[in-house]
Design a protein around this ligand. Structure first.
Ligand code: SF4
Length: 462
């Protein structure tokens, strides 16, 4: 991943496990999902009577410490890491959202983006300080004045867009996915309980055994009655975000029965066959480029090498860099290994190009470090269409490929050659049929109709 990749979605975790330290399980689950959102983190727990929520801006490890975790005692919990796809980065917009009428409480974490927010906002009269569509849904659920299961079955069918939710009341953890299943959500089994997580890597970290994915259009409930399931809507077709495989999900997570690492390796192999590069060494752009670069090297017979080292912990520091440091931009994140690349022709493998500016900086950095030739190889097609379903590339203006043919992009980024993997190549590498994916940012075929006025800050305007 580099700064030109799409920004992250959100990470969800839920656990029902009486007798376990559920807040600590949620903490480690969120820790495994940190890559999906680094703006805020939060955990809600319930002891069967009361829901307690703790949330704050920052990374999971910055938000929670032993003291805060030890105050969050209970039998069930949900957790959330956020990247803002609607609303601004403020404390009010951190999740889980919490609503109570004094008697009954509910907490909610959302991954995705709704496309009928205006209609929903009218129903609740835009109450409350938070400005996210997630908070709106929490308000809608609370406004039903019913138990959470009944409220969810009333509200979920009225939502349009992409959503995976983890929800809880005082006794039950709920999980739901939109009827197209755009965002992932997996179910895991603990010895004495159940877990929900955006990615299977978060099940692994807490020792939960993968059971299955929550189905598109399904509401699941986890409590002392076990795992229960209700289909709240028909699924016209599955449309998992193809970007989960390309970039969003961790390499060690499984989607549609295949590890993301295997799929990315397959993308690299196919890319080497579709667009060979006259190179001495194949280098990945860390981290997501690793698996694909390995596949590219295998298939092309060109040796694999490390040429860029990631400065792991700088991506979300709250200390602003000086203007001089900021100008150096990508050097804050990546540092070239000059000895490994000097005088060499490089095939540089990355997952995607959104704006093109960071790729351009990377190419320049590699040339400054002595690379003889730089051949960029991208494991997804050009992104020509905005995403309205929760990935932060929502206008055509910010997409370099929306306005330029590939040859012009090559010129803009300053590479000796540039090639993208075909859409068929990406899909084949996943092992799943093309019609089980959303591919709209590549081909413009939106699985859910998109309203004309959709904007990240819609709810902030009058
Ligand atoms: S438009 Fe692209 S990024 Fe957005 S959900 Fe579809 S495949 Fe994913």
């Amino acid at each position: 991943m580099n700064g030109d990749s799409p920004r992250e979605a959100c990470g969800l975790f839920g656990v029902w496990a009486p007798g376990e330290d559920v807040a600590r399980l949620a903490y480690f689950g969120l820790y495994a999902l940190q890559h999906r959102g680094q703006e805020s983190a939060g955990i809600a727990v319930s002891d069967g009577h009361n829901i307690l929520v703790y949330r704050e801006l920052g990374l999971v490890s910055q938000v929670f410490d032993e003291r805060t975790l030890s105050t969050l005692q209970g039998d069930l919990a949900i957790g959330h890491t956020r990247y803002s796809t609607t609303g601004s980065t403020t404390w009010e917009n951190a999740q889980p959202s919490f609503k109570t009428d004094g008697e009954r409480g509910l907490a909610l974490g959302h991954n995705g983006n709704l496309v009928n927010t205006e209609e929903l906002a009218e129903q609740v009269g835009r109450r409350g300080p938070a400005t996210t569509d997630s908070d709106l849904v929490a308000s809608l659920l609370a406004a039903q004045g019913r138990d959470l299961e009944t409220a969810a079955l009333r509200v979920l069918p009225t939502l349009r867009g992409a959503f995976s939710f983890v929800l809880m009341d005082e006794r039950t953890v709920f999980g739901a996915r939109d009827p197209h299943g755009l965002r992932p959500l997996a179910i895991g089994r603990l010895e004495g309980g159940w877990v929900l997580a955006s990615e299977t890597a978060a099940l692994d970290i807490v020792g939960a055994e993968y059971v299955r994915e929550v189905e598109p259009g399904e509401l699941v409930m986890l409590d002392d009655r076990g795992l229960r399931s209700i289909r709240y809507a028909d699924s016209p077709r599955a449309a998992l975000c193809l970007f989960e495989f390309v970039y969003l999900a961790r390499a060690d997570s499984r989607l549609y029965g295949r590890t993301v690492h295997e799929a990315r390796r397959g993308m690299g192999r196919r890319l080497a066959a579709e667009a060979p590069a006259p190179a001495d060494v194949v280098i990945p752009v860390p981290d997501t480029g690793h698996s694909a670069a390995a596949g590219f090297a295998e298939s092309s017979g060109i040796p694999y090498g490390e040429g860029l080292i990631k400065n792991r912990y700088v991506h979300r520091t709250f200390i602003e860099p000086t203007p001089g440091l900021r100008q150096r931009g990508v050097r804050l994140k990546l540092n070239p290994l000059a000895d490994a690349i000097r005088g060499k022709r490089l095939a540089v493998v990355d997952d995607s190009i959104v704006r093109g500016t960071t790729t351009r900086q990377i190419v320049q950095m590699l040339r400054d470090a002595g690379a003889r030739e730089v051949h960029m190889r991208i494991t997804s097609p050009p992104i020509r269409w905005p995403c309205y379903y929760g990935i932060d590339m929502s206008t055509r203006e910010e997409l370099v490929a929306a306005g330029m043919p590939v040859e012009e992009i090559r010129d803009f980024i300053g590479a000796d050659s540039l090639a993208y993997l075909s859409l068929t190549g990406v899909v084949e590498a996943t092992g799943a049929p093309a019609d089980t994916f959303c591919r709209a940012c590549f081909d413009g075929a939106y699985p859910i109709p998109v309203p004309e006025r959709t904007s990240k800050h819609l709810l902030e305007r009058d």
